[in-house]
Design a protein around this ligand. Structure first.
Ligand code: GLN
Length: 223
């Protein structure tokens, strides 16, 4: 599968996700600078990495969401191509309107950087097919704007439609209903604050719960 990783000024997890995709899928992704207007032909997965695009100025992800490449990302998402936004990538996806809600400043106003326990909300997506609903896993987090917020109607809809992909198993950042990651209505866009790409290899990362996300993706979309 051809994969692409977007790179913004201030991205700092682009190499982490590139390494994860190469380790699990066997082929290095194409790195796509945010000022480009086209994605590689036949791209099967687009990853929007973590970091501090545009220094988190204005609001985290707000300026990156208006980068030229995002029009192509939106078109691809509309065609059903899987789009994975991790941390700052999640912030960019909400700011771009591809996912509902907003990532606000953490409730404690602190930068939270540690491993956290998560509960898998659904196995019914290309991102979570290798997990069981209700399963507890561990991914690391590293963010100051991870406090997921949306109105009650949106939260009810996300829950009712099985679009809460991950929840924090305990308090982390004040997120509404403990939400750590959400899916688009068609399920092909996932945004999450925790970092699966930093949990690929036990020897290096202290666990490999993130690996199954990428294994499931490669299986679903074709290796
Ligand atoms: N690791 C990250 O992607 C950081 C995300 C974001 N800029 C924040 O701190 O909230």
């Amino acid at each position: 599968m051809k994969t692409a990783v977007l790179v913004f000024p201030g991205s700092n997890c682009d190499r982490d996700i590139a390494t994860a995709l190469e380790q699990v899928g066997g082929t290095a992704p194409t790195m796509v600078w945010h000022a480009e207007t086209e994605l590689p032909d036949g791209v099967g997965l687009i990853a929007i990495p973590g970091g501090f695009s545009y220094g988190d100025y204005l609001r985290s992800g707000a300026i990156g969401a208006r980068s030229p490449i995002m029009r192509a990302v939106s078109d691809a998402a509309g065609r059903g191509v899987p789009v994975l936004g991790i941390c700052n990538g999640f912030q960019i996806l909400t700011e771009a309107g591809l996912l509902p809600g907003a990532l606000m400043r953490n409730a404690g106003l602190d930068f939270v950087c540690r491993d956290v326990a998560l509960t898998v909300g659904t196995s019914q997506s290309v991102f979570t097919s290798r997990y069981a609903a209700g399963e507890q896993i561990v991914y690391p987090v590293a963010h100051h704007d991870g406090n997921y917020s949306a109105d009650a109607e949106t939260l009810d809809r996300l829950e009712g439609e099985g679009r809460v992909a991950f929840r924090y198993a305990g308090p982390v950042n004040g997120s509404a209903r403990g939400i750590a990651g959400v899916l688009s209505p068609a399920g092909n866009v996932l945004g999450l604050m925790p970092h699966p790409e930093r949990r690929i290899e036990t020897a290096a990362h202290g666990g490999d719960d993130g690996r199954r996300m990428f294994e499931g993706l490669f299986e679903a979309v074709g290796a």
